[in-house]
Ligand binder design. Structure first.
Ligand code: ADP
Length: 416
């Protein structure tokens, strides 16, 4: 139980941590890219201005002074006339694209591999437009820098999450230790108290029963009081037994399993509860496949089916029906307990397995129902690595479905 809480806390912590780290990474990446692009753009614009000046002044060959830098930086300068024909080009970078004046004085990326800037060239004397200059630079270097940044940020996040996860597991483990210890003490107290209550309760019940067997000489009102004492002690005995059982399932980390003939176990319970069903004039049916074997704890499994059958009988009004089916489906064992009783409201379906939860508290109190039956069922199913689900509709009935996977296929698979 606490293992799950620990994992949930760690997951929540990792979720928050990864959200913060993601926002931080996005901010760093965005700022870094923006400043890198700004630098590149202003470099291209300055180079274009210098080259434009050169076109107006030089006669013959068009070129800027330092050709080696152009090669080193993977840049290209192209001079165009007004008909947009290339007059000259300098630099080794290649860009076979026509001049696109739509992007005049703007940067433009080509296939994320080249960035260009176009500048118009005006005559210094007449100020009339005489041509265009396009300056381009390969984006390989820029993209490599960004890739290295992504790699650095990614590995930073992975390391932070890993160390954060390990750290938070350790910390939550330490923080939960006193809670776990208190919880264990509480469970032990419940188990001990239930155990200690059993003997005095048994004494009260036996004495009341014996006194009621010989009512001669007893006043009528005394007999009524003794009946109430016997009934009260019966309820308390059942409650303490349920609490003891829950304490046992809480502790049973590993079950003492044996091969259980589930077909016989359920058939025996069908026989046992037949008189009760008949008394309520219920249509009491069972369809049980032969040879259903399951590895499990006999006492706990019996209790599981007793609780579900008793509920079905109790919550089904006279004249209704209760059907128990047990079948095999490949490696799965399916047991259904279906009734046409009062049903469970959809908003209560998640609550019925909680300890001490009852839909109708007043009625259940009078009948001595404690609200522990389904909590015990859920624990027993969990211990047997099974699954339980409920389909129910108010005033129509309920169906409790049980699935067990650890089926023993042959009788020869004896005790493990
Ligand atoms: P209880 O001792 O009250 O029966 P359970 O834990 O067995 O306690 O059941 C919890 C609650 O679930 C019951 O109080 C009842 O409201 C509801 N419930 C359980 N089984 C059925 C059923 N077969 N039909 C209708 N309601 C049911």
């Amino acid at each position: 139980m606490f293992q799950k809480t620990r994992s949930q806390l760690t997951l929540a912590y990792l979720g928050v941590l990864s959200l913060i780290l993601s926002l931080f990474t996005i901010a760093v990446r965005w700022n870094f890219t923006r400043s890198l692009d700004r630098q590149l753009n202003s470099k291209l614009a300055s180079l274009a201005k210098a080259a434009a000046f050169n076109m107006d002044n030089e006669e013959g060959e068009l070129e800027v002074d330092d050709d080696e830098t152009l090669v080193d930086r993977n840049q290209l300068i192209e001079w165009f006339n007004l008909e947009m024909e290339v007059l000259s080009a300098q630099g080794e970078h290649k860009l076979d694209r026509p001049l696109d004046l739509e992007y005049l004085k703007e940067v433009r990326d080509y296939a994320n591999s080249t960035r260009s800037f176009i500048e118009s060239v005006n005559s210094l004397e007449t100020e009339e437009l005489i041509g265009y200059v396009r300056v381009s630079e390969s984006l390989v270097e820029r993209n490599n820098i960004l890739r290295r940044l992504d790699y650095g940020l990614g590995s930073g996040i992975a390391i932070a999450l890993l160390s954060g996860g390990i750290g938070s597991l350790w910390l939550t483990g330490r923080a939960m230790q006193p809670i776990e210890a208190n919880f264990e003490r509480l469970k032990q107290f419940t188990a001990d108290a239930s155990h200690e209550l059993r003997s005095p309760l048994m004494a009260i019940k036996t004495n009341a029963d014996v006194a009621l067997k010989y009512p001669e000489g007893m006043r009528g009102s005394d007999a009524e009081k003794l009946t109430a004492i016997a009934s009260g002690s019966n309820q308390m005995t059942s409650l303490t037994e349920n609490l003891l059982l829950l304490a046992r399932t809480d502790k049973a980390v590993k079950l003492q399993t044996e091969l259980i003939d589930l077909s016989s176990l359920i058939a025996e319970l069908i026989q046992l509860y037949q008189p009760q069903a008949r008394a309520k004039q219920l249509d009491w049916q069972a369809q049980i496949d032969a040879d259903l074997y399951l590895l499990g704890d006999r006492i706990l499994l019996r209790q599981l089916f007793v609780n579900l059958i008793q509920n079905a009988l109790y919550y089904t009004p006279e004249g209704g029906s209760v059907v128990v089916t047990a079948t095999k489906d490949n490696s799965q064992l399916l047991v259904k307990i279906e009734d046409t009783g009062i049903g469970i409201a959809p908003e209560h379906l998640d609550l019925i397995f909680e300890r001490f939860w009852r839909a109708d508290r007043s009625r259940s109190y009078q009948s001595g129902k404690s609200g522990l039956g389904l909590a015990i069922v859920r624990e027993i199913v969990r211990l047997h690595r099974g699954k339980i689900s409920v389909d129910s509709e108010l005033n129509r009935g309920s169906c409790f479905n049980l699935h067990f996977v650890n089926i023993a296929k042959t009788k020869s698979q004896k005790l493990i």
